[in-house]
Design a protein around this ligand. Structure first.
Ligand code: PEP
Ligand code: MG
Length: 816
């Protein structure tokens, strides 16, 4: 990466400057750059730099990078008028900062409520000297490469100072002083004239061509400034500048940016993330609700309070971790972070310095967040979100608030900008009717957790959802990613009936004995995706007939060292025991790409989704593969072994060779997750004992859309006809060798996908435990002959949306 790279100073959505609702930024009056619509609460340094100014309202900083270019970071639009409310600078003029170091903490909720926009421009000052090339789009985390700065051949023509220098001294009339917007206008005035202009205030002076220099003067309302102008048009320039600085009319709020419209028509359009139907009143998540006591009692008392809160949170996390599953994994990871003495020692040191327990905890967290950010490693920086979660947990414990996370009234639909995985994990699944997000991605960890909990969720509704008021009753159709914001009494009654009917069918499916079959008697294996013993127990209780995907990487999420063969053997055996004599497909470790493994030293890659991941990692580390295969084969019940991310027959052969060396028989299958595997399914089927289609990855690789990138979230739909055609190709290739085909990606749990999958030839579905009963009930209503017809029709449609509409009609017709 070049030296002139600027890193994202905020987590959030990258937004072109042209979309910032303020002409000063949108028209690049201050310089070129980019904006970020923030989702976090900290502005960090975008590069190694010296802080030049921190505006007294705390909303903007200017910096000089070590390479010499100057930057303006301006939190939100028109935030100068907040007078510092909700903005806490962490640095002062002169501070030297490293990329990722905190600059300004802000209360996002307060800004959203009180400012016209929170989108935050990051500007490289002086467009005549520097251009920029964006590197990132969509959602970024702090520390992601954002922009490349390109020095230009200077186009500024020096204006010969001729004749006398005109001077005016005046008091600044501007109601908010000389902040970013008027500074940009002043630079514009100077550029339009053949004149040299200098502004002087006390000891400081700045060229009229330097927006950063002008901000650095710190000219508040009423401050005295001396303006000096020379050159042929000095007089005209001076007159305009004086008029600009003396203007006392209250400043306009800039026009709102045009919002990209989604969900036109009667409903709001989003993206399905966890299936299901819900009706309920909107309950908006209030992230800023934890009060912090800032006045310290005696150090002993504060120490005791902090220790009490820490141990309370530790116990709660341990309890949640013990329950296992994806939720347990997240909680265990948080528990491990809390156990790190650096945090508690740092906070206790703060208490010894006279801080209250809450403030000391906040400071300790901020310090560790800054450390993570400055690592320059995106995966490490992502742990900062977990630290922020921990910050909230301990602050809540100190404030005597429940630490289980957001308490949502029973039957409500939770609406938020975005949710952290732990926030989803902390929800009471029985109480929350559904989740709808303004932003978010359909395959995020938050979505996977919601699906596992059986909570319907749809994401990426955009501003139309943000505009709906608390308490309004809405219908959320998470199967199709739609919201009806104004359901009339009839529509409400119909939805309630459908939900009640599906629930009754699920209960019947749970209670039903005997194997899963279609209405016309065709056997379909109904398996579950597992990540823990708790998952296995839940799956059996839901009526699962086996495990179609054991995500072995989930078992060792929070490990600092690689699990030994014996540890693995113990865990696999425990899961097999929970399944009884039901079959179990164990997937070989699937790390790399979007699945970091803290205990492995995987390289940071330019293009991780196309890099060292899945089976490639195991083949690159023979001992790793050897240990895992050995552990799987040691399980008393026979297990099937499945290789992830296969692209070529040789990878399957390599795994089979390892299995054979152990001298035990086991079925070996491959996941069909790459277009290469789907297209050459007939070749793979010669040697594979079974196939299982990983539709999550198959979708991202077929559509060339990153499954974790919110900017393309709306397009990442496995019902795209191109993905369905590859599933069809896989089934056809498998049929040539009688190789059974299952699906373990999210499509298997999607009601609208099931008829197509069965129609194309899939005979096994593996879904999250919470979806087993619902999908089993649905299969029981389907007729395979009809499924074949609709599958053939779906392959001829042109979009995922038309496929969804087509199958919705079909299911309505059969009363499913
Ligand atoms: C898939 O890609 O569909 C799959 C099941 O694997 P994972 O989601 O774990 O990558
Ligand atoms: Mg996958």
């Amino acid at each position: 990466m070049s030296d002139l790279t600027i890193f994202a100073p905020l987590a959030g959505w990258v937004t072109p400057l042209a979309q910032v609702p303020d002409a000063v930024f949108a028209e690049k009056m201050l310089g070129d750059g980019i904006a970020i619509d923030p989702v976090g609460d900290m502005l960090c340094a975008p590069c190694d730099a010296t802080v030049l100014t921190v505006h007294e309202a705390g909303h903007a900083v200017t910096l000089r990078s070590v390479q010499g270019f100057e930057l303006i970071c301006h939190i939100g639009i028109d935030t100068v008028s907040l007078g510092g409310k909700g903005l806490v600078p962490q640095v002062q003029a002169g501070t030297k900062v490293l990329a990722g170091q905190p600059l300004i903490r802000f209360d996002l909720d307060a800004l959203v409520r009180n400012a016209p926009a929170v989108v935050t421009p990051i500007i490289v000052a002086d467009a005549s000297l520097y251009g920029v090339e964006p590197i990132a789009c969509g959602m970024v985390a702090v520390g992601d490469p954002l922009l490349r700065v390109v020095p230009l051949a200077s186009s500024t023509m020096a204006v010969a100072a001729s004749g006398e220098t005109l001077v005016r001294e005046l008091a600044v009339g501007l109601s908010h002083g000389l902040h970013a917007r008027p500074a940009a206008r002043l630079v514009e005035v100077v550029r339009r004239h053949e004149a040299q202009v200098m502004l002087l205030h006390g000891e400081r002076h700045a060229s009229g061509l330097s927006a950063v220099g002008l901000l650095g003067l710190g000219l508040g309302h009423g401050a005295t400034v001396r303006v000096e102008a020379s050159g042929p048009q000095a007089s005209a320039a001076l007159a305009e500048i004086v008029a600009l600085l003396s203007d006392t009319t209250p400043e306009d709020t800039p026009a709102d940016a045009p919002e990209p419209m989604r969900g036109e028509g009667p409903g709001l359009g989003g993206v399905p993330a966890a299936p299901g139907l819900a009706i309920g009143a909107i309950h908006r998540l209030n992230r800023a609700a934890i009060p912090v006591e800032t006045v310290a009692a005696s150090a002993d008392e504060e120490r005791a309070r902090l220790a009490g809160a820490l141990s309370q949170v530790r116990d709660a996390l341990a309890l949640a971790a013990a329950a296992g599953g994806a939720r347990g994994g997240v909680m265990a990871a948080h528990g491990a972070m809390l156990a790190d003495p650096t945090l508690s020692d740092g906070a206790m040191a703060g208490v010894a310095r006279g801080l209250s327990a809450g403030v000391a905890w906040q400071e300790a967290i901020a310090e560790q967040v800054a450390n993570l950010m400055s690592s320059g490693d995106r995966r490490i920086a992502e742990r900062a979100d977990d630290l922020r979660d921990l910050e909230r947990h301990v602050l809540a414990a100190l404030a005597g608030l429940p630490i289980e996370g957001p308490s949502v009234p029973a039957g409500a639909i939770l609406v938020a900008e975005d949710l952290l995985p732990s926030q989803v994990a902390a929800l009471d699944a029985a109480a929350v009717a559904g989740i709808a997000l303004v932003k978010g991605g359909p395959t995020s960890h938050a979505a996977i957790l919601a699906a596992g909990m059986g909570v319907p969720m749809a994401v990426a509704f955009g501003q139309p959802l943000a505009a709906l008021e608390d308490g309004r009753v809405i219908v959320l159709d998470a199967d199709r990613g739609l919201i009806d914001p104004e359901p009339d009494a009839d529509a409400q009654a119909e939805v309630r009936q459908t939900i009640a009917r599906r629930k009754a069918e699920m209960e019947a499916a749970r209670a039903a004995q005997g194997p899963c079959r279609t209405a016309d008697g065709v056997r379909i294996e109904m398996f579950a995706n597992l990540g823990s013993v708790a998952d296995a127990e839940a799956a059996v209780a839901e009526g699962a007939e086996g495990c179609g995907l054991l995500r072995t990487e989930f078992l060792f999420l929070d490990r600092a060292t690689a699990p030994t063969r014996d540890e693995q053997a113990r865990d696999y055996q425990a899961i097999a025991d929970a399944l009884g004599d039901r079959p179990m497909i164990v997937r070989l470790l699937d790390v790399g790409g979007d699945k970091p493994a803290p205990y492995m030293d995987l390289p940071v890659e330019e293009n991780p989704a196309l890099g060292l991941r899945g089976i490639r990692v195991s083949l690159a580390d023979p001992q790793l593969l050897e240990d895992q295969v050995g552990a799987i084969l040691s399980v008393r019940q026979p297990c099937r072994i499945m290789a992830p991310m296969v692209a070529s027959l040789s990878e399957l052969e390599a795994v089979r060779a390892v299995v054979e060396r152990h001298g035990r028989k086991a079925e070996v299958g491959v996941m069909i997750e790459t277009p290469a595997a789907a297209i050459s399914a007939d070749i793979l089927a010669r040697k594979a004992d079974f196939f299982s289609i990983g539709t999550n990855d198959l979708t991202q690789y077929t559509l060339a859309m990153d499954r974790g990138n919110a900017a393309v979230a709306a397009g990442v739909d496995g019902l795209h006809p191109a993905v369905l055609r590859l599933i069809g190709t896989t089934c056809d290739g498998a049929a040539e060798h009688d190789t059974p085909v299952g699906v373990c990606g999210s499509l298997a749990a999607d009601r609208l996908a099931v008829p197509i999958l069965l129609g194309l030839g899939v005979t096994e579905l593996s879904v999250p435990p919470a979806r087993v009963a619902a999908i089993k009930a649905l299969v029981g209503k389907l007729d395979l002959a009809r499924c074949r017809v609709v599958a053939g029709q779906a392959l001829q449609l042109s979009s995922a949306a038309s496929v969804r509409a087509h199958i919705t009609t079909m299911l309505q017709e059969i009363g499913a």
